[in-house]
Write a protein that binds this ligand. Structure first.
Ligand code: ISL
Ligand code: CA
Length: 559
């Protein structure tokens, strides 16, 4: 067993716009992050992943970059960044940056050149095609509703944008584009950053010819993922990137790869592949029913078990996994998978245990460590996300969908659930800003905030601290083999981890009932220790057989 630092690390994701505002303009910034580094150190995390902080017109909050080598004015300056990096390193933590290289902003100088004429040397930096029969070059649906193509009057052609109209896709077929990206990555790595989280990296290679997507329901636009996810040259590009850039540094890389199976994933992270350290897979956050993301269909525990276990088993010993239940694109974990009313604290701790006790590198999204919840804005105007507004325009304004139902779905699934300001204390605007926040604060900040959590020894915060310490003290948490038990139990998700002769038992009740846990006969032990739990447990109670309380979690060491 080779020990590798990024396998043993816990990552904390910061969405800078919503983390901490230091100058009262209502927008989080780099100096705000610096001011809170001691808090992150106290939590015990090892690595900070910063969502994009580069210059950007903010159509998609920094995921639309207009200058890769400078800092967004609202967030600060390059001096602030250098200081942040230094301060992170001074505290023996690491800093990972977001790399958004599938697309740029339409305000990036490359795109401004590109759209200026067909002969411009930058034309081929992006993907331009003539229309077909007076329509778009193909029927692909954008991630953010509508066509993935935008007509540009000036040269009479369309450009591809898998995301918003202001996020034109770069043409990775062009070696000059790849050179530019590699040089830019080197620029940041030379500053001493510790890795990259690569935005939609499995979308950089598109199938030649841009065929229409199958469209059985005859929609205006159809999902064409099969033609741009895990495309024909993606591994050539990543291998080249690894040879020319990544392999020269001791860094971690995590590829955001929606739509990958475990088999696909091993091509990105297989230990012999020389590509990435780990991927973010999406199966467990996309397990809503056939209606997909924008529906209120409930997820099922049986699906969660099947999906998580498949990832645990298929990658074991071959490639590394990431573990997350939420991020800046997902609803809050406690609202989605737990119970954010009566059992908020218990279920937040249970979910954390369930996740951190699996094999992989855990990611904590800001606020998760205090059990922050979804928000319910009752007016569409209070939402800020481009995805939500495009959806509203498409489904309600154009499509005539029921606005009340749509609002309810947005309240459950919309990305702004994760983007309300970090709740620091009970003062106005949750201590996030002295000004007016760019997006409203969740009104529950009076109850749920960092200051309160730090004072309460039974808080979600202190539980996360303890979980993180367990990982540091016991290699089995990182390297142990996972095995699902009680596969068909309708309420309990239980598994073991095994390393050499040590066995840990992890038992999670995912509901508010009181099911009875029975350890399978084939697992024997003569002694046991309770490693962590979210309720008081009678030390004499045997792990062989016990009844669980609502959302109860227990981890035992058996020997
Ligand atoms: O959240 C989603 C839409 O419901 C996802 O499909 C998401 O758009 C996809 O995972 C890609 O996400 C990443 O790239 C986007 C950006 O908006 C997201 O914030 C980012 O995480 C475009 O850069
Ligand atoms: Ca600010």
């Amino acid at each position: 067993m080779e020990r590798i630092w990024w396998k043993e690390a816990v990552v904390y994701q910061i969405y800078p716009r919503s983390f901490m505002d230091n100058n009262g303009d209502g927008i989080g910034d780099l100096r705000g992050i610096i001011a809170r580094l001691d808090y992150l150190k106290e939590l015990g995390i090892d690595v900070i992943w910063l969502s994009p902080i580069y210059e950007s017109p903010n159509d998609d909050n920094g995921y639309d970059i207009s200058n890769y080598r400078d800092i967004m004015k609202e967030f600060g300056t390059m001096e602030d960044f250098d200081e942040l990096l230094q301060e992170v390193h001074n505290r023996k933590m690491k800093l990972v940056m977001d790399l958004v290289a599938n697309h740029t902003s339409d305000e990036h100088p490359w795109f401004i050149e590109s759209r200026s004429s067909k002969e411009n040397p930058y034309r081929d930096y992006y993907i331009w095609r003539p229309g077909k029969d007076g329509r778009e070059p193909n029927n692909w649906l954008s991630f953010f509703s509508g066509s993935a193509w935008q007509y540009d009057e000036h040269t009479g052609e369309y450009y591809l944008h898998l995301f918003s109209r202001k996020q034109p896709d770069l043409n990775w077929e062009n070696p000059r584009v790849r050179d530019e990206i590699y040089e830019m990555m080197t620029f940041w790595l030379e500053k001493g950053i510790d890795g990259f989280r690569m935005d939609v990296i499995n979308a950089i290679s598109k199938v030649e010819g841009f065929p229409d997507a199958p469209n059985p329901e005859n929609q205006r636009y159809a999902w064409g993922g099969q033609y741009f996810l895990n495309g024909p040259k993606v591994h050539d590009y990543l291998r080249e990137m690894n040879d020319r850039v990544l392999s020269k540094y001791d860094i971690m890389t995590v590829g955001e790869t929606g739509g990958v199976t475990t088999k696909d994933a091993l091509l990105y992270v297989g230990e012999d592949r020389r590509e990435l350290s780990m991927v973010f897979q999406f199966e467990h956050v996309e397990m809503a029913g056939p209606a997909g993301k924008w529906s209120l269909d409930a997820w099922k525990l049986a699906d969660l078990k099947r999906i998580m276990s498949r990832w645990q088993n298929d990658l074991y010993g071959k490639g590394w996994n990431s573990l997350y239940l939420n991020n800046h694109d997902q609803p809050r974990a406690v609202s989605r998978f737990g119970n954010d009313s009566t059992y908020r604290v218990q279920s937040a701790k249970m979910l954390a245990t369930f996740l951190h006790m699996q094999q992989g590198t855990p990611y904590i999204y800001q606020g998760e460590e205090i059990g922050m919840t979804n928000v319910k804005f009752d007016r569409i105007e209070d939402y800020r996300d481009v995805e939500i507004h495009n959806l509203w325009e498409d489904r309600v304004v154009q499509g005539g969908a029921d606005p009340d139902l749509m609002l309810q779905i947005i309240q459950a699934k919309g990305r702004d659930n994760a983007r309300t300001p970090m709740q620091w204390d009970a003062s106005p605007h949750a201590g996030f800003t002295t000004g007016t926040p760019w997006i409203k604060v969740n009104p529950n900040y009076v109850e749920i905030n960092v200051e309160k959590a730090r004072r309460d020894p039974n808080s979600v915060f202190h539980y996360y601290q303890k979980l993180i310490q367990l990982r540091k003290q016991h290699l089995i948490v990182v390297y142990g083999k996972y095995e699902l038990i009680l596969e068909d139990h309708p309420q309990i998700y239980a598994f073991t981890r095994t390393l050499d002769r040590e066995v840990w038992l992890v038992v999670n009740n995912f509901y508010d009932g009181s099911p009875v846990f029975e350890l399978p006969q084939e697992i024997s032990y003569s002694a046991y220790d309770l490693m962590i739990a979210n309720y008081d447990v009678d030390p004499l109670e045997q792990p062989r057989h016990f009844s669980l309380r609502p959302y109860e979690t227990r981890v035992y060491r058996l020997h």
